[in-house]
Design a binder for this molecule. Structure first.
Ligand code: RP5
Length: 168
């Protein structure tokens, strides 16, 4: 689908520094995305309205990040059949363990694919969303593969440098 994009939702502006990682990964892979601050608790009606609107405009994957009693990803999953990726955010005194359990423990039939807590999870949400879109987009699949190859080359270069430094 030409107009396919990824919607990145977050419960609060305070989640933005973490969720920016998902957006950056998608941008680097040439995937269209948009970001939206909307809360399962504070703005439930607006969240539902945004989901319907995003789907009608071609949203193919939703990423939802929230902290504390993190219901956003589950609430999104309740309203769509598109894949939903949940990012537990470490915004409270439990360092994201509360958000992780709130996001991952969905009852059977309403799945939320949950990634790691915090910034790494947000980045992986971006990669995962891109891989989902790449199933139907061979050019994107090539870019995802090239990025992996670049990462592998970086590790090999690091090891060469390490071996070199140990000789001296
Ligand atoms: C959640 O509550 C948000 O996702 C955020 O992680 C957390 C705290 O929100 P703020 O009080 O910083 O707005 O709904």
């Amino acid at each position: 689908m030409d107009n396919a994009f990824v919607a990145i939702l977050m419960g609060s502006e305070s989640d933005l520094p973490v969720m920016q990682g998902a957006n950056d990964v998608l941008t680097s892979l040439g995937v269209r995305s948009e970001m939206k601050i909307t809360s399962a608790h504070r703005t439930p009606a607006a969240t539902q309205q945004y989901l319907a609107d995003a789907e009608s405009r071609g949203c193919a994957v939703f990423i939802a990040g929230a902290g504390l009693a993190a219901h956003l990803a589950g609430a999104v999953a309740a309203h769509t059949l598109k894949p939903v990726i949940g990012v537990p955010i470490d915004s409270g005194p439990m360092q994201g363990m509360d958000s992780l359990l709130s996001t991952v423990q969905m009852p059977a039939g309403i799945p939320v694919g949950t990634v790691a807590i915090g910034k790494t999870g947000a980045k992986n949400a971006g990669y995962l969303a891109a891989q989902i879109l790449a199933l139907q987009d061979p050019e994107l699949a090539k870019r995802v593969k090239a990025e992996r190859e670049q990462k592998a080359a970086n590790v090999q270069a690091q090891d060469r440098a390490l071996q070199e430094s140990r000789k001296s």
